[in-house]
Write a protein that binds this ligand. Structure first.
Ligand code: 3H9
Length: 692
């Protein structure tokens, strides 16, 4: 087998190239190849300096994640890095694309680092529930200083070449990696002593003098890292970098890395990484399916959703026409958009000039005819089938025959909407989540007649809009909301049976959700759920009473909880206890305490059951897609691996038995275990890897 690591010579400079598509991950063959080449070049007296570079689209994107959890085949990454540190001639990392994780750690073990201006750098291990285990926690603080290094390592975010240069992470930005890298190598070939990050403690001085700095940083990230183990472990390793000689710091890092590697949290996050990439692949949609360019967009409806959707296009550099029926509503929508951008600029998220550029890409209009130039029109009007059909009929006559018509419906039948046009093959649903400019999930609802090229265009567009697309089929509520409805009906019955809104919310907060169902209903608006129930002819004993009492949620200062002015913290309210007690009394129910584990099962098992139906009906393409929907649309804690992954770990036998008990107790046939759960549980299998 040919090695993915090869060497070519240019005079006395050796260029070592890693060619391991797609992202030059540091798998065993790469590590072994590097060790062999470096040993040979070290012993070769005709070599003055070595350039380490990568073929293809990027520098090394990290360790090979597919090797994790399997026995490690030597040499390990730290051994290769140690080998570089012991070389008597300079090694220059020449970087393009992204130098990530073990890739950046390898570069940090080299004597010099140079990069293209477009290069990016990061230690994203934290997103896999890990810490940088190739010396990153010891070397990056030595290069950038403790706080910048902690920010990079605990967020997993990347920095650009300019920032890397200013911080001292790289020595030079070069125009190309061939001639310029060779010239650089020649320039420094004779310089001695060889600089090694490991030998330079300079940037640790500030934190050594002010040890409270790290604890302060830890407090600042406590909220966003709740439930995750890796951020605290990274902080411990940086403390070790300050307190111990580098060899001991590296040993400590290795120990903590292995501890995280064995944790169920990291296993779940690694699963999520691959599940997200899998969701981007649609069976029967080959990668060469034609994709149409989207140069201009139109959004109908300037409300909260429409405005957020328009911002997505503007953020991606696509001009967008935002159309409303009334001048006042349009004005309000445009004002909100401006305020959002200005707030982001104020927080430093974008420059004021960028904010203005994005605002300038959004043009308001009161005429539907102004959608004529659009390559895609996204409708975000009121959730009403009649209204949507009429609108699609009109749009069909206005826009070019090749334009795509998308509905941002969260529940309605996309095929019925498509039938109101002469181009059902160019119609589909794009279900954004609120706030649409923030939430990353995009459910792409494929209609019966949606053409492959239209679907492929939307998948490509979604990534451009920085969304995570998941293809779903047509049904009421698609994947996410359909499952959520099952949870919501349990909220009602649990309240009647004896739980309080605070207890329900606490169960999910402790599980790792950012918000409980009652606080979430208050945020969305109690009137929103009420209106949906009206449309379906349904009733909720507690929520309907809240609505009747004018408790519409945060916007009225009271819903399931009460809220102090200007504060979003939910405060339990005795008035709500009275409302619940009245609803229970009317139903003749004697309320009783419900333990937290029962609350959790009652809220989550029915969702899993619905997901099983969704899989059986082919609404979701695969079980892992359902997990992606819940990570990115509903805040399911990624370290628990999504509802399907979680259910498999609880065991489908346990889920089945729990559902049977609930169905009996509540007399609710919808809680009868789905045939898929019965089948898999009987076979001792799980959802993942199974065929529905
Ligand atoms: C680490 O380094 C630990 C060390 O500290 C310590 C070691 C001792 N391994 O995302 P894409 C695959 S932990 C294996 O669609 P993009 C990916 O599955 C690692 N495979 O492309 C996909 O495969 P497929 C720290 C990997 O252009 C294909 O490559 N590093 C790896 O949108 C294309 O990926 C990270 O966490 C990998 N490391 O984005 C970086 N990376 O085509 C993780 C990717 O079969 N990677 N694949 O579906 C990324 O963030 C993105 O992939 C990247 C490219 C930005 C590089």
């Amino acid at each position: 087998m040919t090695s993915p690591v090869t060497t070519r010579r240019s005079g006395d400079i050796a260029v070592v190239t890693i060619d391991n598509p797609p992202v030059n991950a540091l798998g065993h063959a790469v590590r072994a190849g590097l060790a062999t080449e470096l040993a040979a070049l070290g012993a070769d007296g005709t070599v003055a300096a070595i350039v380490l570079t990568c073929a293809g689209r990027t520098f090394i994107a990290g360790a090979d994640i597919t090797e994790f959890g399997k026995p490690m085949q030597p040499p390990g990454l730290h051994e290769v890095i140690q080998q570089i540190g012991q070389m008597a001639k300079p090694v220059v990392a020449a970087i393009h694309g992204t130098a990530l994780g073990g890739g950046l750690e390898l570069a940090l073990g080299c004597h010099y680092r140079i990069a293209l201006a477009s290069a990016q750098f990061g230690l994203p291990e934290v997103k896999l529930g890990l810490l940088p285990g190739g010396g990153g926690t010891q070397r990056l603080p030595r290069v950038l200083g403790v706080i910048p290094a902690l920010e990079i390592m605990t967020s997993g975010e990347f920095i650009g070449a300019e920032t890397a240069l200013v911080g001292g992470l790289i020595q030079r930005i070069v125009p190309d990696l061939d001639a310029a890298a060779l010239a650089f190598a020649r320039e420094i070939a004779a310089d001695r002593p060889l600089p090694l990050v490991a030998n330079d403690d300079g940037k640790l001085a500030e934190a050594r003098a002010n040890p409270g700095m790290i604890d302060e940083f830890a407090r600042s990230i406590a909220r966003r890292s709740r439930g995750f183990k890796a951020p605290a472990a990274i902080i411990d390793c940086v403390k070790a970098a300050l307190a111990k000689p580098i060899a001991e710091g590296l040993a400590y890092e290795r120990e903590r890395f292995m501890e995280l590697m064995r944790s169920p949290e990291s296993a779940a996050q690694r699963y999520a990484f691959f599940a997200e990439r899998e969701a981007g692949k649609v069976p029967g949609l080959p990668s060469d399916t034609p994709v149409r360019p989207i140069r201009h967009a139109a959004v109908i409806g300037a409300g909260t959703m429409g405005g957020g959707i328009a911002m997505n296009f503007a953020n991606a550099g696509i001009p967008v026409t935002l159309i409303e029926t009334g001048a006042e509503a349009l004005e309000r929508g445009l004002k909100t958009i401006r305020a959002n951008y200005e707030a982001t600029a104020k927080r430093g998220g974008i420059t004021p000039a960028e904010a203005e550029a994005r605002i300038a890409r959004i043009t308001g209009s009161l005429k539907l005819e102004d959608a004529a130039a659009a390559d895609i029109v996204t409708e975000a009007v009121f959730e009403d089938m009649g209204l949507k059909k009429e609108l699609f009929g009109k749009l069909d006559r206005i826009v070019r025959p090749d334009a795509i018509l998308a509905s941002n419906t969260s529940t309605l039948d996309v095929d019925e909407i498509a039938a109101s046009t002469s181009r059902p093959e160019r119609v589909l649903g794009t279900h954004y989540f609120s706030p649409a400019n923030v939430m990353k999930l995009l459910e792409i609802v494929r209609g019966k007649k949606t053409e492959p090229s239209v679907l492929a265009t939307l998948m490509t567009l979604a990534r451009k809009l920085k969304k995570v697309p998941v293809v779903v089929g047509v049904c009421y509520g698609f994947v996410g909301n359909r499952m959520l409805h099952r949870r919501s009906s349990q909220v009602e019955s649990l309240l009647i049976e004896g739980a309080s809104p605070a207890e329900l919310d606490q169960a999910l907060l402790d599980f790792g959700f950012p918000m409980g169902p009652c606080a979430m209903a208050d945020l969305a608006g109690i009137d929103v759920g009420w209106r949906i129930r009206q449309g379906l002819g349904l009733k909720d004993a507690v929520s309907d009473r809240l609505y009747d009492a004018g408790r519409l949620g945060q916007k009225t200062g009271a819903g399931f909880f009460r809220y102090e002015p200007g504060n979003r913290t939910p405060i339990p309210d005795p008035a709500v206890d009275a409302i619940i007690a009245a609803a229970a009394a009317e139903k003749g129910v004697t309320r009783h305490p419900i333990p937290q584990d029962e609350i959790l099962a009652r809220l989550l098992y029915p969702m899993i059951n619905e997901a099983a139906h969704i899989l059986e009906e082919g609404i979701a393409l695969r079980a892992s897609d359902i997990d992606i929907v819940w990570f990115y649309g509903y805040g399911w804690p990624v370290y628990r691996g999504g509802p399907m992954y979680w259910a498999d770990h609880v065991g489908l036998g346990t889920i089945r038995d729990g559902l049977r008990k609930m169905a009996d107790k509540l007399g609710d046939a919808r809680l009868t275990p789905a045939p898929l759960i019965e089948r898999l549980a009987a076979a001792g299998q799980g959802f993942l890897g199974s065929k529905a």
